[in-house]
Each structure stands twice: as C-alpha cells, then as structure tokens.
Design a protein around this ligand. Structure first.
Ligand code: PA5
Length: 446
C-alpha cells in the first residue's frame, strides 16, 4: 500500500468515529455537489485529471528553456504562491538540492528582509538567472516589491528585451484584477494561468507549483499521477472507505475535546517545508470566526530535543499526526568499532533508517502514554508520486474538515488586517485616515 493512515494510538476518541460518519459524509457530499461555502473555489478537486494539457506542455518547455538559459532560477512568491513548490523540491530532491548542481533554485518574495533580498541579488549579479514571479492576485506587496528589484537587475544585465526572455509570470489571467497580468502582457513575459476557481493554498498542482517544480528537475508527471491516484481513492462518502473523511472527523473530534493544537511531526528533515505548506493549508482554511485547530509542525528527531519536552508533559491540548516514509533512498550502516569506545557496538550492522523507525515507534508510544493521541501517515517512498498523493490527501481532508467545523475553508478574510495597516504606514494613497489613526496609536508624528 503506497499510503496508510494508522490510528493505533488515536486514543478513546476513535470509538466516536461512527457517530460522525453522517456529518463527514455530508461535508464530503457538499464539497462534490458544490453546495458548501466557498463553492466557487473547487477547481483543485479535479486538477490532477483535468489539467489543461496545452498549458501543461507550455510549462514543460518553459522549464527546459529556463534550465538552458540560466544557472539560477529565482522564484518570487509568498504563501500559496511559494510553499508548495519549495516543499516539493525539498521533499523530492532534498534540502541541499542546490549543492553541487549546475542549476540552482532560490526563493524570494516571501519576506521583506533586506538581508535576504540583497544577498540573493548579489549572488545573481554575476550569474545567468531567470525569474518566475508568482502571484494569483498579481497585487501582493512582498512579491511585487521583490520582483521590481530582480526585474531591474535583469534589465541592467540583459537589456529590456533580454530580461523579458527570462521572466516567467504566473498569475490569474484577469487584466482588471492582476497588475502582474497587465504588466506581463505589456512587457511580453511568458504567462501561465492560475485558474480563478483554485485558491492560493490549493494551487500547487497548477503552474504555481508545476513550473518551478519542473524547472528543478522533479517529475511533474509522477506528481500529478500520485495526486490522481488520491483523487480516485477518495471518492466515497463512506468514512470506512475514505481516509480523508476519517482524518477530518478525528481532527474535529479532538478539537471538540479541547485538543486545540495539531502537530504534524515529520521524520525526515526534507519534509520540513511540507510541514510549512501543511500549516498554511489548515491554518488559513480553518482559523476563522474564532474557531479552528492551531496547526504546528516539528521535525523529528531534531525537535524531540527541543519541543519533545512540551509535547510529552506540557498542556494536554495537543494531538499529533506523524508522517514517515518506509523506504530510504540510501543506506548508512554502523560499523563495529574496536574496543566499543562510544558504547554503540550493540548497533553494529544496523541501518540509520532502522534507528529512525525505532525513534518513531518509541515516540508514538511515549507521546500517547503522555496524553497526546497520535495518528501515523506512512508513505512508501519520498518521491514525486507519493508527494502528489499527500498533497491531494491533505487538501481534500482540509476542505472536509473545514466544512465539519462550520467555516468556509476557501477564503482568508483575516489576512487583510495587517495589509491595511502596512499600506497605511507605507503611505499608500487612499489610506490617509488609517495612517493618521495608526500614527496616533504609535505615538509618531507624520
Ligand atoms: O491561500 C491564499 O490564497 C494566500 O495564502 C495566497 O496564496 C498568498 O496570500 C499569496 O497571494 P498571491 O498569490 O495572490 O500573491
């Protein structure tokens, strides 16, 4: 089995699953019938099988062109226009994917840090580079500001026409909404669409994720095939046949029992960014109307030496979803050491993967004994196919879980608050009143 959800340590809560079967089925059916909240944003449901073939072919040729023309690709985007691509590249190619490579991929536009932006700008200055700027709305400040910096550098290096040959823009094809779309048309950049019915955090299987992932040399056919396998595996509204419903129902049961924090605990450092993607998916989808589990993530065994103490003995408001992989791509075996100076000869002949597995099993039991119920997701391999499967599993579970919680899992009204304050403080025209109010609260003079 390529993917399993093990509920051995789910605790007494598991017994209540039959009572939630109807609720989970109703959420699932509302999603498929398009009768739930946010019904205009369900385009991701069929993406693995219905993806626009012409656009897909353009993505593949653009990826090849980028690799042929440049040694560095700068991917500029934030939130859903950033995390999925980075998670995929690190998951499949490793966190050190840029090491010893003649083609490197860097991410920018996910902060307003001068330190980070200037370092990357300096690095690109004497290298051949291309830019993939990604913003569904085409108006996100972080992305637009950082794009301006790299666009200027490209134009300085290659001239306006040369720069246009190296800029790939991914945005919604909507001249009225997306400034990036209008700019790209005017400047002649290669354009890729983010379909209107696919929200940012559900967009990894569109050009948003596929172009940088393909450019990084990850097999996007396999990624989509894995997602398609999950799409077909999770069609039933019977909780006994559909693990997305089981997972969604368990999450909601824990929440109702005041277990308000879910930790995704991954057993591979290369899955750390998948943890970030997971946090955005669930946090932005469910955290609203004063409700929602707080999604956290840890990387084991690293965090067993930091957060492990809290998980074992801190507030009992947690449950945990472990994520592990069965097959390791490489073998690291411990040798017998003469005289056993470090006392580790009892492990001689053992593979590190075996040690990691024992750490996982020992931790599952310890945390469960400490009052933290645990679910375990196991995949066979850390490859593109299994990642596609995981992406789809979590997306569908999140949508069902959000409906069970009684929220619209496809909007994010709360993110506007910080933006409005930032625009006012930056002096954006139209925000004068807000600026005066904020200055008064900050005891600042204009
Ligand atoms: O899920 C979402 O919609 C958001 O997190 C967006 O992905 C994020 O704000 C970036 O938006 P955009 O792609 O419009 O720049």
């Amino acid at each position: 089995m390529a993917f399993t959800l093990d509920t051995t340590y789910a605790g007494a809560t598991l017994a209540q699953i039959p009572a939630l079967a109807k609720e989970a089925a109703a959420a699932h059916n509302a999603l498929h019938a398009g009768t739930g909240a946010g019904k205009d944003f369900l385009g991701w449901l069929d993406l693995p099988t219905e993806y626009d073939k012409e656009e897909y072919a353009r993505i593949q040729s653009a990826a090849e062109k980028i690799r042929a023309q440049s040694s560095v690709l700068v991917v500029i985007g934030i939130g859903g226009s950033y995390l999925g691509a980075r998670a995929a590249i690190e998951f499949v190619r490793g966190q050190e994917h840029n090491r010893d490579e003649d083609f490197e991929v860097y991410f920018a536009g996910n902060s307003l840090s001068s330190a980070a932006v200037s370092r990357l700008r300096d690095y690109c200055a004497d290298r051949d580079f291309s830019v993939n700027v990604i913003s569904k709305s085409g108006t996100t400040t972080e992305c637009a500001v950082v794009f301006r910096v790299f666009k200027e550098l490209l134009e300085k290096k290659y001239g306006k026409a040369g720069a246009a040959e190296r800029i790939y823009a991914t945005t919604e094809y909507n001249e009225k909404k997306s400034k990036l779309y209008a700019l790209s048309l005017a400047e002649g950049y290669a354009l890729f669409n983010v379909p209107d019915p696919v929200g940012g955090r559900y967009s990894v299987l569109t050009a948003v994720g596929l172009l940088p992932i393909a450019a990084a040399g990850v097999d996007t056919n396999a990624l989509l095939a894995g997602a398609a396998a999950a799409q077909s595996a999770y069609q039933s509204d019977d909780i006994a046949q559909n693990d997305t419903l089981l997972y969604a129902a368990l999450r909601n049961l824990y929440y109702r029992e005041d277990k308000r924090i879910e930790i995704l605990s991954v057993m591979e450092p290369d899955f750390a960014l998948l943890g970030e993607w997971f946090k955005q998916l669930f946090g932005e989808s469910e955290g609203k109307q004063g409700k929602g589990l707080f999604p956290a993530s840890t990387v084991f065994t690293m965090d067993l030496h930091s957060m492990g103490q809290y998980i074992q003995e801190g507030e009992r408001t947690l449950f945990e979803t472990f994520l592990t992989v069965k097959e390791s791509p490489a073998e690291v075996r411990l040798e017998n050491a003469a005289g056993d100076p470090d006392g580790l000869n009892f492990l001689a002949g053992k593979n590190l993967a075996f040690l990691n597995e024992q750490a996982l099993q020992g931790t599952r039991i310890a945390h469960a004994d400490g009052g933290v119920p645990g679910l375990l997701v196991t995949i066979d391999k850390a490859d593109a196919w299994h990642l596609g499967y995981l992406f789809y599993f979590f997306e569908k579970a999140c949508a069902v879980s959000g409906y069970m919680l009684g929220v619209n899992p496809f909007n994010q009204p709360g993110v506007e608050a910080y933006k409005n304050n930032m625009f006012a403080l930056l002096g954006k025209p139209g925000y004068e009143k807000e600026r005066a109010e904020l200055y008064a609260r900050l005891n600042k003079q204009d």
